[in-house]
Design a protein. Structure first.
Ligand code: GDP
Length: 202
């Protein structure tokens, strides 16, 4: 994908503040610190389009970005911080549920997992929730550079088992080496109905 433009559009908490539903949209979800901002920045080849969340639980907003004036990326707030109060967790759930349930232009959710962690109920429930809504999930295992190829394979099998996935549903990704970048673009390209998106990406 040749990125001609990548611009921040708006932050929102509720549908009345979302931008108009006129472009296909991909949302990104994952626990805080998993590497979500880094992945988005790497995809659009910008260092600081998305601010990396060094303060856990602070970014409780949906952030919309328009890419090449042809599709939209939505950075969903990171989840899974024990220190976040129950009330905030509830609001997070409501905000995400409303977004996933109402957004007619949503074509897929990129669920980001750390390759070194076996998913817990939190991730299993979120994935089930996405599937239940009939939304395509793109599963990305990030920080792959932290493991050898042999260990990556072992973790892929472990995570496949834990999430009850078919083989080859997981994409190993590293922002450091660029591993998996083309595969993530390919999956996004198919989801937004632009299957050639990945072709020109590398
Ligand atoms: P977010 O909270 O999910 O947005 O996570 P960030 O993108 O801020 O990343 C959290 C930390 O992980 C940062 O220190 C990143 O530099 C690091 N990180 C993210 N992706 C990778 C990766 O692919 N490889 C390595 N080695 N570190 C990464």
């Amino acid at each position: 994908m040749i990125i001609k433009s990548a611009t921040f559009t708006v932050s929102a908490t509720r549908p009345s503040n979302y931008p108009p539903e006129d472009l296909p949209e991909i949302a990104f979800a994952g626990r805080s610190n998993v590497g979500k901002s880094t992945l988005i920045n790497k995809l659009v080849n910008r260092k600081h389009l998305v601010k990396t969340s060094s303060t856990p639980g602070r970014t409780q907003l949906l952030n919309f970005f328009t890419i090449n004036n042809t599709f939209v990326f939505v950075d969903l707030p990171g989840y899974g911080y024990a220190r976040v109060p129950e009330r905030v967790k509830k609001n997070w759930g409501k905000m995400i549920d409303t977004y996933l349930s109402t957004r007619s232009t949503l074509k897929g959710v990129v669920l980001i997992l750390d390759i070194r962690r076996t998913p817990r109920d939190e991730e299993r429930n979120f994935l089930a929730w996405i599937h239940q809504k009939g939304i395509t999930a793109i599963l990305v295992l990030t920080k792959a550079d932290k493991l050898s190829k042999t260990k990556q394979k072992k973790q892929v099998q472990e995570i496949e088992k834990s999430l009850v996935l078919h083989p080859d549903e997981l994409i190993c990704f590293s922002a450091k080496t660029g591993q998996g970048l083309a595969s993530v673009w390919q999956a996004i390209g198919y989801s937004i109905g632009q299957p050639d998106a990945a072709e020109a990406s590398l």
